[in-house]
Write a protein that binds this ligand. Structure first.
Ligand code: GRF
Length: 203
């Protein structure tokens, strides 16, 4: 099975997926990495792993629809079974989401449905929560609102700051993302309306 990964930045989640693939633990092959940021370090990670690395600078397109249309073409050229958003910092148009609905997943640094959107670690600290974490979910038209597939939780300690909490959550992201990708590629995860199932059982 074929995977296309979309990134915008450093790509540590991409790196975790690459290493899972190199250890035959991904269940498929990353055939392309596409970034909306031309100098994203994640593109270098792809190239170093011999993976097709494509920069598609969103600033070169005069609308969100034009960018998403160009992105769709690049993705479909690689005929993926799964599209993975790994730190892809773009709001996707409904048309794009519908195109890949049921075969597109994202990782978000919070225990969804808590803390959808940005600055999740700062907001969790400000609220004084004692538990935080990360979630892999199907991408639907609701931002960070799709059905959750896998989560990992971490304790928040009083001496945590945004950096320490982000770093601890990131280690868990690198753990659960490859598992979710493998389960999808094994055909175990399905999107049924706004419900996700594993082996036919509701998640
Ligand atoms: C991660 O925290 C991820 O949850 C969020 O953006 C960050 C991406 O990090 N979507 P990286 O580019 O994978 O290192």
């Amino acid at each position: 099975p074929r995977v296309v990964v979309l990134i915008s930045g450093g790509g540590t989640n991409l790196q975790a997926l690459i290493e899972a693939q190199q250890h035959d633990e991904l269940g498929g092959e990353i055939v392309a990495v596409v970034s909306n940021v031309a100098d994203a370090y994640g593109l270098k990670r792809a190239r170093d792993a011999g993976i097709d690395a494509v920069a598609l600078p969103h600033r070169e397109y005069d609308s969100r629809e034009a960018f998403d249309s160009a992105l769709t073409k690049v993705i479909e050229r690689h005929e993926p079974d799964l599209v993975v958003l790994a730190g892809f910092m773009r709001i996707l148009t409904p048309r794009f989401v519908q195109r890949f609905l049921g075969r597109m997943i994202n990782i978000h640094p919070s225990l969804l449905p808590a803390y959808q959107g940005l600055h999740t670690h700062r907001r969790a600290l400000q609220d004084g929560v004692t538990e935080h974490g990360c979630s892999v979910h199907f991408v639907t038209e609701e931002l960070d609102g799709g059905p959750v597939l896998v989560q990992a939780a971490v304790n928040v300690t009083p001496d945590d700051d945004e950096d320490s909490l982000k770093a601890r959550v990131l280690t868990r992201e690198h753990l659960i993302f490859p598992i979710a990708v493998r389960w999808f590629l094994e055909g175990r995860l399905r999107l049924d309306g706004n419900l996700a199932t594993i082996d036919g059982y509701p998640l």
